[in-house]
Design a protein around this ligand. Structure first.
Ligand code: MLT
Length: 404
């Protein structure tokens, strides 16, 4: 019993040693592109003529008719108020129509579609919706960093699984079969793949669905690059796999398809329980995508196939120039089937980071060390096709002078 006159400090009064930020941030590696930006800024300050092949941010402007549509939408007062959090019904319907047209997949726009502030936002928040602390999340290695960091921020535990060149950067389910997955709640997959440019055939996506279904694991497929493809047939949707919706959700973005990275709009589609859970998380964090952008996104999906085709042709031209160009210089390059990325082996014995730094210092070309995508990316570099052909030729000329 507390004697009268003595004062027990309440928790709020208990002195702390010092002010500190959350421990979970210490478990995150430095965010890859922030690091790269810093190095690039330093070089720019020195007056270096930088060729930006570091981040998958298209240099092409958003097609003019899309911008015009947005200008009109901007003037509509109804968009000046809070938007619909899960996305305007008309946009969700357009997403369902687009899925039907592009992938022959049926979606219920009320239950199986959610509009996102870019697919990265949904991917980052997904582990909060589907995992509890200490659950495992299977993440590809190499892989897009938010699969890992979103998992860590949710207090869950990322379990990297390897993607290897021998397997064309597809998951090896013979190996995954032996993985202890009793704590796993979620698995991320991403095809067309960042950073490698690999495209998964439907048979591989079928294996993934089967694996996830048998083990009662949610499957999250990042399909942000589905429209920037170089060959035929176009990359599939994981939701084309019969029964996929029992376990899977798929993410899309307008960022790359329509050169709209700055607009921040994407969407998730698939399992209704996952869509509902993710919407519940988002209801507590954000208030949705600006209505004018939602209206513009609807226009893109309804009427934008031609813009997407032109963008695709531009990137294909760049890929057809840059990939053989690098090979002529002696680099070993994985043939990308889609996406904005070219995945290249570092010269024998040179580590990724050291190679990227030397390339930047001696040529002014910014690329990304493969190790930033996970330790299985060590020994690789990623170049993006985000510069006009003239600049890509200039990059090749500069790289030619670099002797390893
Ligand atoms: C990348 O460079 O990997 C992408 O641009 C990142 C993104 O889409 O967020």
């Amino acid at each position: 019993m507390v004697e009268s006159g003595s004062v027990t400090p309440t928790p709020a009064q208990t002195p702390r040693k010092r002010l500190e930020v959350a421990g979970r941030l210490k478990r995150l590696p430095p965010y890859l592109f922030v690091e790269m930006d810093r190095k690039k800024e330093e070089a720019l300050k020195k007056g270096v003529d930088i060729i930006h092949l570091g981040i998958g941010d298209p240099d092409l402007p958003t097609p003019e008719p899309i911008v015009e549509r947005a200008e009109k939408a901007l003037r509509r007062p109804e968009h000046h108020r809070y938007p619909s959090g899960k996305g305007m019904k008309s946009l969700r319907e357009s997403i369902a129509h687009w899925y039907k047209r592009r992938f022959s997949v049926d979606l219920n726009p009320d239950l199986e579609v959610l509009v996102l502030i870019g697919s990265k936002e949904g991917i980052g928040h997904l582990p909060l919706a589907l995992t509890d602390p200490k659950d495992d999340v299977l993440v590809p290695n190499p892989g897009y960093p938010p699969y890992y960091s979103g998992t860590v921020l949710a207090g869950a535990h990322p379990v990297p699984f390897p993607l290897d060149e021998v397997n064309k950067y597809l998951p090896d389910f013979d190996v995954l079969e032996h993985l202890d997955t009793h704590r796993a709640r979620l698995m991320f997959l991403n095809y067309p793949n960042n950073p490698t440019g690999a495209v998964a055939p439907l048979s591989s996506l079928k294996d993934a669905v089967e694996f996830a279904r048998q083990r009662k694991i949610w499957l999250a497929h990042d399909n942000a690059y589905s429209e920037v493809y170089y060959g035929a047939p176009p990359p599939p949707s994981l939701l084309q796999v019969p029964g996929a919706k029992e376990t899977a959700v798929e993410f899309h973005s307008l960022s790359k398809t329509f050169c709209m990275t700055g607009w921040r709009v994407g969407f998730a589609a698939g399992n209704a329980q996952v869509i509902k859970a993710l919407a519940q998380v988002k209801d507590n964090y954000d208030s949705g995508v600006f209505g004018a952008i939602q209206e513009t996104a609807q226009f893109c999906l309804d009427q934008g196939d031609e813009f997407a085709a032109r963008i695709r042709t531009t990137f294909r031209g760049r890929k057809d120039l840059f990939v053989p160009g690098l090979r002529d210089l002696g680099y070993e390059v994985f043939e990308p089937g889609a996406g904005l990325y070219v995945w290249v082996k570092t010269p024998e014995g040179v580590a990724s980071r050291a190679a990227a730094e030397r390339i930047l210092e001696e040529t002014g070309v910014v690329c990304t060390p493969g190790s930033g995508f996970g330790d299985n990316g060590e020994g690789f570099l990623r170049f993006t096709l985000t510069a006009p052909e003239k600049r890509l030729k200039e990059a090749l000329n500069r790289l030619e002078k670099l002797k390893w």
